[in-house]
Design a protein around this ligand. Structure first.
Ligand SMILES: Nc1ncnc2c1ncn2[C@@H]1O[C@H](COP(=O)(O)OP(=O)(O)OP(=O)(O)O)[C@@H](O)[C@H]1O
Ligand SMILES: [Mg+2]
Length: 515
């Protein structure tokens, strides 16, 4: 007999200059999915962090099965059956799945029988729809698979309350479906799920209840049965929200070609990661590259940006060949690149926002701190970045707010005369709240209006479809399908992403590829 998994937080949490959680009240019951919804910096991760023992409340307490409890660490949390999958994973790359699963588990015997662990991992995978090879090394896994390992790790320790912090932000539509099957299996087994997401469609489909937060406070709690997306958006933002901007269609015709690659090929470990790719991107056009992660998006972007050299083929930016000339040549030819790995390659956690803004600026004799500070100030307004100020350290930002700072830095020159002609950006709105996503979409559309060419690389089909004039699907390093966004259905794109060839019945013209 198990008692229902119930956990609650009634607490206040402050950080220097920020009231992150202001007397919040949150309860999750066994067998339900309870979502925390709110804009970037609203306090969602902080609330979850108190519930799992990562942060301690300044005032108030956490409850487990109706009793106040003191969680001094995530280890305490797990010992009480509460586990969290964070926005940024915490796995050790060079260890195997099984090794990661038992890492830091105080209940493990000193001498561990690996085969016992592996069997149990396989059993959990079977039961909850989390297939994973226990012997695989983390470094060899896709992001979606790594997330599975994090969930298995919690289930291995019999967590009854699982906190998932923006788990779908890094997943493809197919992976999201799989995750939701797992979530349903977990609630069916009596577990309680705390879910955090910015995607209202998802929230409506997976949750039983939603707690909405704004600026550190709980502004509402509703059952999904009694609400809809529009209402949730209103609760979240505090005013009525307009639906997504319509994508204006680019003028067709023969504008200048700003980015062109022909026969681009790169082999990694004996396989063609990028395989004979042709892309023609014209002035005033947004092309979206869709595809399941690991089908060559990352290497393709790096080839186009000049970071890696290709084995065969050519790249030209604005008419000049930059093939294998390095990133600086591409940049000088007018190309800007916002990589997918924004935290890894982007912000320096220990530096202030102003210093982070200066990081990629061309080195001048005198560093223009004042200018940079002004820019950060402007970005804080434009993107509604929640931070105590321009001198705050980057590591103090919430997940979405650090995305905003990076985008602001990389896209700052878009509005200017000498801004980039060609912009390659990975997952431009990932992790952003509604307002900031809207702002970024506006920025990219504005760049296009100004005559720039934009290449978006994203696993999020909604993101691609809401931004791009044309869509190309990358499958196993090759362009499997290409056409105007309006001519392609979600099903056609989905099939191409899954590697199902649909040559015969696709209305879009492959001739577009040839330009
Ligand atoms: N360790 C910390 N030190 C200082 N400030 C912090 C810390 N963690 C969070 N904050 C601040 O607390 C506020 C709430 O942050 P939190 O991470 O809970 O937001 P969030 O709702 O999860 O946002 P996002 O959607 O961007 O992930 C933000 O203003 C953030 O800058
Ligand atoms: Mg967060």
């Amino acid at each position: 007999m198990t008692t229902p998994a119930i956990a609650a937080v009634a607490a206040t949490k402050r950080f220097p200059g920020v009231l992150a959680n202001d007397a919040v009240d949150f309860t999750v019951f066994a067998g339900e999915v309870h979502t925390i919804l709110g804009e970037n910096g609203a306090g969602k991760s902080t609330l979850a962090a108190m519930l799992c023992g990562l942060y301690q409340p300044d005032e108030g307490h956490v409850e487990r099965n109706g009793e106040p409890t003191l969680l001094r660490s995530p280890r305490d949390g797990l010992a009480q059956g509460i586990g969290m999958v964070h926005q940024h994973f915490r796995l050790v790359d060079r260890f195997t799945v099984a090794e990661n699963v038992i890492l830091g588990d105080p209940d493990q015997p000193r001498l561990i029988d690996q085969s016992v662990v592996e069997t149990r991992v396989a059993e959990i995978g079977e039961r909850f729809g989390l297939p994973i090879d226990p012997r695989a090394r983390i470094a060899d896994l896709t992001v979606g698979q790594r997330q599975r390992v994090e969930i298995v790790k919690m289930l291995y320790r019999d967590a009854e309350v699982l906190l998932l912090d923006e788990p779908t932000a890094v997943l493809t539509p197919k992976e999201v479906e799989a995750l939701f099957i797992t979530v349903n299996a977990m609630t069916a087994a009596g577990k309680a799920i705390v879910f955090i997401s910015h995607k209202l469609g998802e929230v409506m489909s997976i949750s039983d209840r939603v707690t909405v937060m704004r600026a550190g406070r709980v502004t509402g709690e509703v059952a999904t049965a009694d609400t809809d997306q529009r209402h949730l958006a209103e609760l979240m933002v505090g005013r009525p929200v307009e639906s997504e901007t319509r994508r204006a269609t680019a003028k067709s015709g023969q504008a200048d070609v700003l980015l062109e690659c022909r026969g681009l090929t790169l082999s990694i470990d004996g396989q063609n990661a990028v395989d004979d790719v042709d892309i023609t991107l014209r002035r005033g056009e947004i092309l979206g590259i869709a595809g399941v992660a690991g089908n060559g998006q990352r290497p393709l972007a790096r080839l186009l940006a000049g970071i890696d050299g290709c084995d065969a083929g050519s790249v030209a930016v604005n008419g000049s060949s930059v093939t294998n000339h390095g990133p600086l040549a591409a940049r000088n030819a007018g190309l800007a690149f916002v990589p997918e790995d924004r935290l890894g390659t982007g912000l320096v956690p220990g530096l202030s926002l102003t210093d982070n803004m200066l990081l990629t600026r061309p080195r001048k004799f005198l560093v223009d701190r004042k200018g940079a500070r002004r820019e950060v100030g402007q970005a804080i307004t434009d993107y509604e970045i929640k931070t105590p100020g321009t001198e705050a350290h980057a590591r103090l930002l919430s997940g979405g707010n650090s995305q905003k700072v990076l985008l602001a830095r990389e896209l700052a020159s878009l509005g200017t005369e000498d801004g980039p002609q060609v912009i390659i950006v990975s997952s431009p709105t990932r992790g952003l709240d509604i307002g900031a996503a809207e702002f970024v979409r506006g920025l990219l559309h504005e760049a296009r209006e100004r005559g720039a060419a934009v290449l978006i690389i994203s696993e999020d089909l909604d993101e691609v479809r809401s931004l791009a004039d044309r869509v190309a699907v990358l499958y196993r390093g090759q362009i499997a399908l290409q056409g105007r966004t309006d001519d392609l259905t979600i099903e056609q794109i989905g099939l191409a992403m899954a590697g199902v060839s649909a040559d015969d019945d696709v209305g879009a013209s492959p001739a577009e590829v040839a330009g």
